[in-house]
Design a protein. Structure first.
Length: 123
């Protein structure tokens, strides 16, 4: 399974945060699953670092070494998918991340209740 992780999930993995659910920990720890990071997550992480809103200062490349995630380019047609979404969540980063998961056929790992309201595979 390919697991596209939300920004807070990446932070929680790095910090070994207790908010990761048991199901998330199991799936993320399974070597048969690929952990994938979208460019929108890399962007959001960088913005959170610039504004000092997270306790992680390492660049995304270092986090990739620590966590062992893959990266995936953002499909161009994300804008088309986003345009068809219901008005559940207005965060443009999250909407792009959802579209990325849809177009790439990945399971989105998130704790965001609004994201989980979309008709996508999530964990």
């Amino acid at each position: 399974m390919r697991l596209l992780i939300d920004t807070h999930i990446l932070v929680w993995i790095v910090l070994n945060d207790g908010r990761l659910s048991e199901a998330q920990r199991t799936a993320l720890g399974d070597p048969a699953n690929a952990i994938v990071v979208s460019p929108v997550v890399a962007y959001e992480l960088t913005q959170l670092q610039i504004t000092h809103r997270i306790p992680i200062s390492e660049p995304i490349e270092r986090l990739q070494q620590l966590v062992g995630f893959e990266t995936s380019d953002l499909p161009f047609d994300c804008w088309r998918v986003v345009a068809e979404f219901p008005d559940i969540h207005r965060d443009p980063i999250d909407r792009l991340l959802i579209a990325h998961a849809v177009l790439a056929g990945m399971t989105l790992v998130t704790a965001d209740a609004k994201i989980r309201r979309y008709p996508i595979d999530w964990l």
